[in-house]
Design a binder for this molecule. Structure first.
Ligand code: URA
Ligand code: SF4
Length: 207
């Protein structure tokens, strides 16, 4: 089976993890992507946010949530009263998965498979063990399934404080939509306000 397990160092801090992840060959996604996009932020953070996978911009820059979805997330966090300096941000899958299409062969995001999410899980487990956040915010269905299992449904579980077991540890979780959903939707403003409302639940859980 695909797995990152043999690539994850048994000890060391964030920089050791990041360095090792740069050479991960745990699943086929490393082949076409530019680079591993590891998590980033404060390792003392009380809040850890988990997205799906890097997008086009993240793949080029090597940092999570630096493209359009990231800018929207930053705005929503600010509106919910969450200080970005107090967060650690990462993704369920650390390489960009895409197909090329259209005349310019633009890179179009493709959802990771369950096998790829499972393969990449040891990196997320290592990040959780290092940061030990008080609360995890799950951004969208992919991150939800990766952390809470395949029966996770955003529509049913969003915006409430959940007590779950994640990678063998009890964890407090608030789920919400993926910020890119608020970039695509017809009713963008309403979808965005829903994201902010869920993040306020997270802010309250930390206060
Ligand atoms: N979408 C994600 O899920 N993660 C990123 O880092 C960027 C966009
Ligand atoms: Fe390794 Fe995850 Fe990249 Fe697959 S997606 S190669 S498991 S870092």
């Amino acid at each position: 089976a695909y797995t990152a397990e043999p690539f994850v160092p048994g000890h060391g801090g964030l920089e050791a993890l990041r360095k090792a992840a740069a050479d991960c060959r745990g699943c086929p996604l490393h082949r076409d992507a530019t680079q591993t996009v590891f998590g980033q932020g404060n390792t003392d953070a009380r809040l850890l946010l988990v997205g799906e996978q890097p997008g086009d911009q993240e793949d080029r820059q090597g940092k999570p949530f630096v493209g359009p979805a990231g800018r929207l997330l930053d705005r929503a966090l600010a509106e919910a009263g969450i200080d970005p300096e107090q967060t650690y941000v990462t993704n369920a899958v650390k390489h960009f998965k895409f197909t090329r299409s259209g005349p310019g062969k633009r890179r179009i995001h493709k959802a990771p498979s369950l096998r790829e999410m499972t393969a990449c899980g040891p990196w997320l487990a290592a990040e959780l063990a290092l940061v030990e956040p008080e609360l995890i915010v799950v951004l969208g269905a992919t991150a939800g399934k990766a952390l809470l299992g395949p029966s996770f449904r955003v529509s049913q579980q969003r915006g409430m404080l959940l007590e779950e077991e994640i990678h063998g540890r009890p964890a407090r979780v608030v789920a919400t939509i993926h910020p890119s959903a608020a970039l695509r939707a017809d009713d963008r403003e309403a979808v965005y306000q829903g994201l902010v409302a869920d993040l306020k639940v997270a802010a309250r859980a930390l206060s």
